[in-house]
Design a protein. Sequence first.
Length: 117
Amino acid sequence: VQLVESGGGLVQPGGSLRLSCAASGFTFTSYAMSWYRQAPGKERELVATITSAGDSTDYADSVKGRFTISRDNAKNTVYLQMNSLKPEDTAVYYCNAYRSYRRVSYWGQGTQVTVAS
């Protein structure tokens, strides 16, 4: 099983980034996919979630209207489009796959996002 995030980096406030998470080794279409983030000294927090079919999404209040989660089940990939980035969005962003049956959860290694001028 692998979840490989990419697309992180340094961006100025107000800028945009698109994170990608490529999945392999499991049945991607059976899993809800989420993005979490963890800033230094803080707990990991849920940013956005998308259902296995891609027909429903949910967001943390702090990112609503700025971030969009999507998935391409043909490519086994989930995305996080981040717009109007703020310094407080600085964190390591992690991809997560979750299946409620037997509560199976997989994590990626994380990608750093830094928002600074």
